[in-house]
Design a protein around this ligand. Structure first.
Ligand code: BGC
Length: 369
């Protein structure tokens, strides 16, 4: 049962995994990893590199700040870099190489393009550093030691279920007409989110209870390059023109994250259409406001504070020469090896549970009052 990047066969296995609740069940210290440094540790105060993608959503902005402060507080020197807005791949490649040259003992990578960093992480491993994939998996390279993320397949399942629940609440009986959007094709998460959502929606599509109005169901058709709001808005604009002229109703839109959800809502409102059920992810402030105002239907809470804290905890274990804690050794085959992972549980948020879901987040909690 592996959550494979080319995961045509993985859906069934992943569903079984979820049923077993493996996200947190086989948690243990000391499972196998390929880290060359974790047997002996390294000097306190060493350099830790953090290479993040461009700031395509608020979680990345927050992660950078939290890494800078948190690594320092844990006694490390931190080098936190973002890929630029346009030459993202080349930026990230040279940032990682520079971290290696500066002697970083651990390099944490939120990949801008999952498959384009093999040379750089190979250099890192050769220099004796440990490589941790953060939030997004690095693909087709043996040179990634650990993966830390929210359970991406579960994120997708929660999105699919929320779409269904939201449409049922508004119109108890189908058929419901929807459109599907997915994230950037260079981000390994995009397909995992989409597959998770489709594992819930496809049975309804197959029965005819859900109809994809445009017929565009293939991830190649639904993808939003670069996770860019303008690309999602443009696609929604053209779907509205091609498929929803006149009074034809659109009941729901599967959106993989909040930035794209708001772009889709802008498009629909601009066309004077009734607002459909639109999903999201990330708990961005503007989307939480939109949910409370009854526009966007749902988001996902993936608390960046927890993800960064878990990563820093892993770095600290490596520094001490301990094996880091992982809780998943089967789900993430990156095409080259199954990467030992620590997966955190995502939480679905709608207007109904927002106050409770954000109770321990003062910024978001204030938006629910
Ligand atoms: C992250 C999402 C985010 C998206 C765009 C994904 O890899 O998991 O949380 O919305 O990138 O930045």
């Amino acid at each position: 049962m592996r959550r494979i990047i080319t995961r045509g066969i993985a859906a069934v296995g992943a569903v079984a995994l979820l049923a077993l609740g493996t996200a947190c069940s086989n948690e243990r210290e000391g499972a196998t990893g390929a880290g060359s440094t974790d047997a002996k540790g390294f000097a306190a105060g060493s350099l830790v590199g953090v290479a993040l993608p461009s700031k395509t959503s608020e979680n990345w902005v927050l992660a950078g700040d939290l890494f800078t402060d948190g690594l320092k507080a844990a006694g490390f020197r931190a080098d936190v870099q973002y890929a630029g807005a346009s030459t993202t791949v080349a930026d990230q490649q040279s940032q990682i190489s520079a971290m290696v040259t500066k002697g970083a003992k651990v390099i944490v990578v939120g990949a801008t393009d999952a498959s384009q960093l093999a040379t750089q992480v190979a250099q890192a491993k050769q220099a004796g550093a440990t490589v941790i994939a953060y939030d997004r998996l690095l693909t087709n390279t043996p040179d990634v030691d650990y993966y830390i993320a929210f359970d991406n397949f579960k994120v997708g399942r929660l999105q699919g279920q929320a779409l269904l629940d939201g449409m049922k609440a508004r119109k108890p009986k189908g058929p419901w007409t929807i459109e599907l959007f997915s994230g950037s094709p260079d981000d390994n998460n995009s397909k995992v989110f989409f597959d998770g959502a489709m594992s819930v929606l496809k049975p309804f599509i197959d029965k005819g209870d859900i109809v994809v109005g445009s017929g565009q169901k293939d991830i190649k058709q639904t993808a939003v390059q670069g996770w860019k709001a303008e690309n999602a808005q443009q696609r929604m604009d053209s779907l509205l023109t091609s498929t929803y002229s006149g009074t034809k109703q659109l009941d729901g839109v599967l959106s993989p994250n909040d930035t794209l959800a708001r772009a889709i809502l802008t498009s629909v409102k601009g066309a004077g259409k009734q607002v459909p059920v639109v999903t999201g992810q990330d708990s961005e402030a503007e989307s939480v406001k939109s949910i409370m105002a009854g526009e966007q239907y749902s988001t996902i809470d993936k608390d960046t504070r927890k993800l960064v804290a878990e990563t820093i905890r892993m770095v600290t274990s490596l520094q001490k020469g301990d094996k880091p804690r992982i809780n998943d050794t089967t789900s993430y085959d990156n095409g080259s090896r199954v990467v030992p992972a620590y997966l955190l549980p995502p939480v679905i948020v709608t207007r109904q549970n927002a106050a409770a879901a954000y109770a321990n987040d003062p910024k978001l909690s204030a938006l629910t009052k």
